[in-house]
Every structure is written in structure tokens, then in C-alpha cells.
Design a protein around this ligand. Structure first.
Ligand code: FES
Length: 84
């Protein structure tokens, strides 16, 4: 599904990029801006950001569930704290 029409990015591309960033021990925390940079793009209108944030949260929650972690991350707080 197309999520960002400005950069023609799909949900699959965004999920994969966020996962790659989380797996890199020296990588940045996935935020909309950092995920776009990871994909070699720049945010333009920002209209897709709510959906991009949801996609990043979904992937983070799935990763947490798969790891057996019991507490849920407060991803939105982390994203806002990153200044994105
Ligand atoms: S729709 Fe993604 S930056 Fe415009």
C-alpha cells in the first residue's frame, strides 16, 4: 500500500527500513524523518507522518511481542522526544 505519495513509499518499504534501523546497534531510533533518510528520501508535505508513525509503532510492537517482553513501549513519547 502506498503510504507516502510525495516519495512513492510503500508500507513494506517503511517497515523494512524501520526494522533495519532497529537492528543496527549504532543506528538511530526510527522516526519518520530518520526512516525517510534511511531510504534516501526527505519528507516533503508531511501528510503521511501519522501513518508512518503508526507503521513504525506496529513494527516495534510486533518486535516486542516476539521477544517475549512484557511491558509495552511508549513509542509515541519516544518519537516526540526525538524531536520528529
Ligand atoms: S506524503 Fe509523505 S511527505 Fe508528502
Amino acid at each position: 500500500m502506498l503510504v507516502c505519495s510525495c516519495n512513492v513509499l510503500s508500507d513494506k518499504q517503511l517497515r523494512k527500513a524501520a526494522e533495519e534501523m532497529r537492528q543496527d546497534p549504532n543506528g538511530k531510533m526510527p522516526t519518520p524523518g530518520s526512516v525517510f533518510r534511511h531510504l534516501g528520501c526527505r519528507p516533503r508535505c508531511g501528510g503521511c507522518f501519522p501513518n508512518v508513525i503508526d507503521i513504525i509503532h506496529q513494527k516495534a510492537s510486533e518486535d516486542q511481542a516476539g521477544s517475549g517482553a512484557t511491558d509495552k513501549p511508549d513509542g509515541e513519547t519516544k518519537l516526540l522526544a526525538a524531536g520528529e
